[in-house]
Ligand binder design. Structure first.
Ligand SMILES: O=C(O)COP(=O)(O)O
Ligand SMILES: [Mg+2]
Length: 229
């Protein structure tokens, strides 16, 4: 399907946006919070380049990866679970202080959201970031007024790549599969949209676990959200 097919004939439809790596480059804050946590635990910092590749499945998975030092962490022992609980508590405390410190809105995002808002398109953020961190970040970056709904990684029983959060947001905004589009930066977004049966636009500038987004089968791939206009 072409971008024109997705975004012109069907407007105003419902637009669902991923947050980290799509609307906002938040990896510097996440990396700072991860590294602060690792140092508190007497471990070596992971660094921004590494942490960026670990973002996208939510903070608990991010911390599991940080403790394991790799993306595909193994199922843990009871001792590992205790360390993980500790690490996640420290991480949340650190990220609460750092959230929004270095984060920036990607080029093209504001123009896209403003144009969609003017057209009366209902929009939601559907992210795996824990809900408590989402609204403060959107507010600080002056994006919050565009969104009728925020679905965080812990808002429901499931998170992306499960289709549940997307379907929940679509229904809450009175959308249908024929009129809803998901916009994201990672395999979690594309898989969730495919499982939900709604089209997906993927951005090339995001995180996607350090891999190219091109081969995932998104309906459209763009270098900037301004291409949607
Ligand atoms: O893993 C995260 O915390 C960020 O997730 P998002 O890309 O779904 O916004
Ligand atoms: Mg993302």
């Amino acid at each position: 399907m072409s971008l024109a097919g997705l975004f012109n004939q069907r407007w105003p439809g419902v637009a669902l946006f991923d947050l980290d790596g799509t609307l906002v480059d938040s990896a510097p804050d996440l990396a700072a919070a991860v590294d602060c946590t690792l140092e508190q635990l007497g471990r070596k910092p992971a660094g921004l380049e590494q942490v960026r590749e670990w973002v996208g499945h939510g903070s608990p998975v991010l911390m599991r990866r940080a403790l394991a030092g790799k993306a595909d962490w193994e199922p843990a022992s009871a001792a590992d679970d205790a360390l993980f609980d500790d690490a996640l508590t420290l991480f949340y405390n650190n990220y609460r202080q750092l959230n929004g410190k270095h984060a920036v809105v990607y080029p093209g995002v504001k123009a896209c959201l403003e144009s969609l808002s003017k057209r009366g398109c209902p929009m939601a953020v559907v992210t795996n970031k824990p809900e408590q961190f989402v609204s403060p970040l959107l507010k600080q970056l002056e994006l919050d007024h565009h969104f009728k709904l925020v679905v965080g990684g812990d808002s429901l029983d499931t998170r992306k790549p499960d289709p549940g959060p997307l379907l929940h947001a679509m229904k809450a905004l009175n959308g249908s599969r024929g009129t809803t589009v998901m916009v994201g930066d990672s395999a979690a977004d594309v898989s969730a949209a495919q499982a939900a049966g709604i089209p997906c636009v993927a951005v090339t500038y995001g995180y996607n676990f350090g891999r190219s987004i091109q081969a995932l089968g998104a309906d459209a791939v763009v270098d900037s959200l301004s291409e949607l206009l």
